[in-house]
Write a new protein. Structure first.
Length: 424
C-alpha cells in the first residue's frame, strides 16, 4: 500500500450511518493503479491451476467481482472474474478461456466472499461453478448502515477516501482481447473490497446492526437460484398500451421470435428488435410486409428476410383461435393494488396506512431504507390478511411465513401488531 493509501485508510469512515460528517472531508484520492499492477488475464488451464493454488494458500476473505456484457450479448454470463485475497494478490480470469471455475470455487469453500451487490453477480458466478458458502455484501452493508449512496465508487469514496474510475462499467466485456484500461478498471474494483468490508463491519457493529447484516448475508448465500420468470414477454416496455387479446398475442409471438434470434446470434434482444417496435406492430396488426415496413422500428436497415420473419410472427398471432389467446394480464398473487383497498376493504386500508407510517418512522430512526427494514410486499400481505387472533406470536409467524428475517420481525413485529389492531 502506498503512503497515500495508508493515509486515507487511517482516516477510514468519513460518514457514519448516513449522518453528515463533523468537518468537511478532504478531497478523495484518485486510485489509478492496482498495488501490484494489472495482473495477467488467466485464460488457460495451467494458469488457472496456479491461481487456484495461490488463492487456496491465501488468508482471510476473498474479494470477488464479475463483469458481464449486458446490452451487448444474450443472457447474463460472466466475461471476466476478478478476485483478490491476502497472500494471493489479485487475479483476472477469462471465463471464455476457462469456462469451468468449479475447482476455484471448491478451493474457496469455507472462505468468506466479499461482493458488492451480491445478488447481481451470484447467478453468473454460479453458472461457471462458483458459489460462496458465506459472504459479505458491501452494498447491502452500506444500506443497513444508512449511507445515502451505495454504489461501489460512491461508498469507497465516502468510507475510504478514494476515487475509483468508473468509466468502463457499461462496456462490452465480451470484447477480446480486453484493452488494458478496462483490465485496470476491473482490477481496481476488487482492490479495496477487503478494506471496505472491514470498515463497514466496524460501522455496523458501532450502530448495533452487525448481527442484522450477518443474517441478511447468510440468507443471500443460502438462497436457491431464482426460478425462471413466468411469461417474460409481459415485461416488454410499453406493454400497458396493449389491451386487446389479439394484440397481446402479437407481442408474445414477436418477443418469442426475437428471443430465439438473439439466443442463436448471442446478441442482446434489444439489438435484434426494440421493444417499441414490438408494441407498434401489436397495435397496428399489419396485414403484410409492406405495412410492417411503414411502422417505426421496422424497415430502416432491415433486410427483407428479417421483415418476413417478423410479419410471420404477427400472422401467427392473427391466426390463433380465441381459446389460445393470452389473457390481458397476469393474475397477481396476493392482495390487490393498495389504491383499491379503500373501496374493497376500508379496514385493511386503515391497517396498511397505520403500518406504513410506523415502518417509515422506524426506518428513519434506524437510518436505513424502508425496503431493507421490511419489504413493502410483506407489509401489504400481512395487512390484507392479518392473523385471525392478534398476538405477538401470530404476527411473528405471519411475518416469518412471508420471508421476514428474525431481526426484521424483532424490529417491525410490535409495530405491525399495533397497526393490525384497528381498535387500539
Amino acid at each position: 500500500m502506498t503512503d497515500a493509501q495508508e493515509t486515507a485508510a487511517d482516516t477510514s469512515l468519513r460518514t457514519t450511518g448516513g449522518a453528515p460528517p463533523d468537518d468537511v472531508a478532504p478531497a478523495p484520492i484518485p486510485l489509478l493503479e492496482p498495488r501490484e499492477g494489472i495482473p495477467p488475464v488467466v485464460a488457460d488451464d495451467d494458469a488457472l491451476a496456479q491461481v487456484i493454488a495461490d488463492f487456496a494458500a491465501g488468508t482471510g476473505p476473498v474479494a470477488v467481482d464479475a463483469e458481464r456484457a449486458s446490452g451487448y450479448r444474450y443472457g447474463q454470463r460472466a466475461y471476466l472474474v476478478q478476485l483478490r485475497r491476502e497472500g494471493a494478490g489479485s487475479a483476472l480470469i477469462d471465463p471464455v478461456g476457462c469456462p469451468d471455475l468449479s475447482g476455484l470455487g471448491q478451493a474457496l469453500t469455507g472462505t468468506e466472499w466479499i461482493l458488492h451487490a451480491a445478488t447481481q453477480d451470484l447467478p453468473c458466478l454460479r453458472d461457471i461453478g462458483m458459489t460462496p458458502t458465506s459472504l459479505f455484501d458491501t452494498e447491502l452493508a452500506g444500506r443497513l448502515a444508512g449511507f445515502p449512496r451505495v454504489g461501489l465508487g460512491a461508498i469507497v469514496e465516502n468510507v475510504l477516501g478514494y476515487a475509483l474510475e468508473k468509466g468502463h462499467s457499461a462496456v462490452d466485456w465480451s470484447t477480446r482481447p480486453l484493452p488494458d484500461p478496462w483490465l485496470r478498471y476491473a482490477a481496481l474494483d476488487v482492490e479495496l473490497l477487503v478494506d471496505l468490508r472491514n470498515a463497514l463491519e466496524e460501522e455496523l457493529d458501532r450502530q448495533g446492526k452487525l448481527e442484522w447484516a450477518l443474517e441478511e448475508f447468510a440468507a443471500i448465500a443460502s438462497a436457491p437460484p431464482a426460478p425462471p420468470r413466468k411469461d417474460p414477454w409481459r415485461r416488454t416496455s410499453g406493454m400497458h398500451k396493449v389491451r386487446r387479446r389479439r394484440q397481446i398475442a402479437v407481442v408474445r409471438e414477436l418477443w418469442t421470435a426475437r428471443d430465439q434470434v438473439a439466443q442463436r446470434r448471442d446478441i442482446s434482444p434489444g439489438k435484434v428488435l426494440g421493444d417499441a417496435a414490438i408494441i407498434e406492430a401489436s397495435l397496428a396488426l399489419p396485414v403484410n410486409v409492406q405495412a410492417l415496413t411503414a411502422l417505426p422500428g421496422f424497415g430502416h436497415r432491415m433486410g427483407r428476410r428479417q421483415l418476413e420473419q417478423w410479419q410471420a410472427a404477427v400472422d401467427r398471432a392473427k391466426e390463433l383461435p380465441e381459446s389460445e389467446l393470452p389473457q390481458p394480464g397476469q393474475q397477481p398473487a396476493g392482495p390487490p393494488p393498495p389504491r383499491s383497498w379503500a373501496d374493497k376493504d376500508p379496514a385493511a386500508a386503515a391497517r396498511l396506512s397505520a403500518a406504513r407510517t410506523a415502518v417509515s418512522e422506524l426506518a428513519e430512526r434506524l437510518h436505513m431504507p424502508q425496503e431493507n427494514l421490511i419489504t413493502p410486499d410483506t407489509v401489504r400481505r400481512v395487512c390484507w390478511e392479518p392473523p385471525k387472533v392478534l398476538t405477538p406470536d401470530t404476527v411473528e409467524a405471519a411475518l416469518s411465513a412471508h420471508g421476514a428475517r428474525h431481526w426484521q420481525i424483532g424490529q417491525v413485529g410490535p409495530l405491525l401488531l399495533r397497526a393490525l389492531d384497528t381498535s387500539a
